[in-house]
Design a protein around this ligand. Structure first.
Ligand SMILES: [Zn+2]
Ligand SMILES: [Zn+2]
Length: 461
């Protein structure tokens, strides 16, 4: 027997929680949070975050057997028990919408992720960037090795996304095989990894895929073409580094760049490529720490005034960290330029500097776009001080044509698009598209997938 439970994240970008259940075990994947912030104002005066608040608000899924009995208090949900069917989690990558809820799980539930994801998760613990609490019992697994827990075999297959360690999965049971893309793209630094994933899971029974960019596409899915193929030496992500380089050549004042702190590879490649041009990156200490995790021998310049912003103990110190003072940054000359990386929450630090002739580059840090009210605040701020603004970024999700190409390559028997505002757009020629509703359960029986309790669904074949 194999059942697929679709709990959450089917028509939203992020927060996907799916379970593969067999006679002997339960495998759930991804356990992130979305929408937790919309209520934060109402919680401000209450220090404690509780599991039951988040369950009542529907931010956490009401899944049986995964939460601790004590923490559930009198909330009517079956808690985790050692004598029940073993349950474990797989995490595709370290983005908030895929991992932020990990700390809410009962302590004894094992969680598996790639080694790089685990390295980053440990880093988040060190920097205090963990929500609720650090989940003990996580293990970093070698990519592509097959592991087995009871009657569920699985492997983590590396893909390409804008965070280190991102992977998809292949899960096999006696009734068939299921693959999950996680978040992936074909225009990043490693398009070959996404293609390799497609090859590895080709022809499977069920493919559960992300469909982020379909949410915003204008044209028809059938007409979109792969944009990142054939693979060029210069991928759009590589080209971005070149664009930033070109822009900086023209600048005579201070330039600040807003990056997402978990996008470690873009940060590192930017550092490496700018160094060749005589431009030094000056990092936020937090960002420097994440780069240091993955590139431990790289000398990293950090903006000294920001060192005080990281709590009493401060950030974990490391060798090769060189502070740069405000004066040094200010006095940069033609032969030695700096590019200052700054988080949104530290925007006021720009006021300490000469902001005449300043350029602000937005490169996919927070706030991500104008749907976030913080974005307009940032725009107002920059405008008020006549700081020029430029967006130079790339998304983490495959362009529609690229995703379509990958899905056609995989050509599964059943296609389940989710992690999208418009999953119905995402199709592939051969595969039967299924659009499960929240809480629905499907039975995979000898490679045939059918909904268990007949509810209204949209099936196209
Ligand atoms: Zn995501
Ligand atoms: Zn992601």
């Amino acid at each position: 027997m194999t059942k697929l439970h679709f709990y959450k994240g089917l028509r939203t970008i992020g927060g996907t929680v799916v379970e593969i259940e067999t006679d002997k075990a339960r495998c759930l994947f991804d356990f992130g949070l979305i929408f937790q912030n919309i209520w934060e104002d109402l919680r401000e005066g209450r220090e404690e975050v509780t599991l039951t608040d988040y369950l009542k608000l529907g931010i956490l899924p009401a899944v049986e057997g995964i939460y601790d009995e004590k923490e559930l208090n009198d909330y009517p949900l079956k808690p985790w028990r050692v004598e029940d069917k073993p349950v474990f989690f797989l995490i595709s990558h370290m983005h908030i919408d895929h991992m932020e809820a990990l700390g809410f799980l009962a302590e004894d539930i094992p969680v598996f992720m790639t080694e790089d994801s685990y390295l980053l998760y440990g880093g988040l613990k060190e920097t205090g960037e963990i929500f609720y609490r650090f989940k003990e019992g996580c293990t970093g697994l070698r990519e592509n090795s097959i592991y087995q827990l009871e009657d569920i075999r699985f492997r983590l297959i590396g893909t390409d996304h804008d965070v280190p360690g991102a992977c998809g999965f292949e899960i096999r049971t006696d009734e068939g095989n299921i693959a999950y893309t996680g978040d992936l793209r074909l225009h990043g630094f490693h398009p070959e990894a996404a293609l390799e994933f497609a090859k590895e899971v080709k022809g499977g029974d069920v493919l559960i895929t992300e469909g982020v960019t379909a949410s915003f596409m204008e044209g028809e899915w059938e007409e979109c073409q792969a944009e990142s193929l054939p693979l060029n030496r210069i991928t759009p992500e590589d080209a971005l580094i070149e664009e930033i380089k070109e822009v900086l050549k023209e600048e005579t004042g201070i330039t600040a760049i807003n990056l997402y702190e978990r996008n470690v590879e873009r940060a590192y490649i930017l550092l490496r490529e700018l160094k060749k041009e005589g431009i030094r990156m000056v990092w936020e200490p937090l960002m420097a720490y994440y780069i240091h995790l993955f590139y431990p021998t790289e000398t990293l310049y950090v903006y000294e005034p920001l060192l005080g912003e990281y709590g009493q103990g401060g950030l974990p110190d490391f060798l090769y960290m060189v502070p740069v003072t405000k004066e040094e940054l200010q006095e940069q000359t033609g032969s030695e330029k700096f590019l200052m990386q700054l988080f949104f929450k530290h925007t006021f630090y720009l006021l300490d500097l000469d902001y005449q002739n300043m350029l602000y580059i937005h490169s996919n840090g927070v706030p991500l776009g104008d749907y976030d009210p913080a974005y307009n605040k940032l725009m107002d701020f920059l405008e008020r001080f006549h700081i020029r603004y430029q967006y130079l970024g790339r998304g983490g999700h495959a362009y529609p044509g690229d995703l379509k190409y990958l899905l056609e390559e995989i050509s599964p028997k059943y296609l389940v698009p989710l992690h999208s505002l418009k999953p119905e757009k995402v199709r592939c020629q051969e595969g039967i598209q299924l659009l499960p509703r929240e809480g629905s359960v499907y039975l995979l029986n000898n490679h045939i997938l059918k909904e268990l309790e007949q509810k209204e669904t949209h099936v196209n074949d």
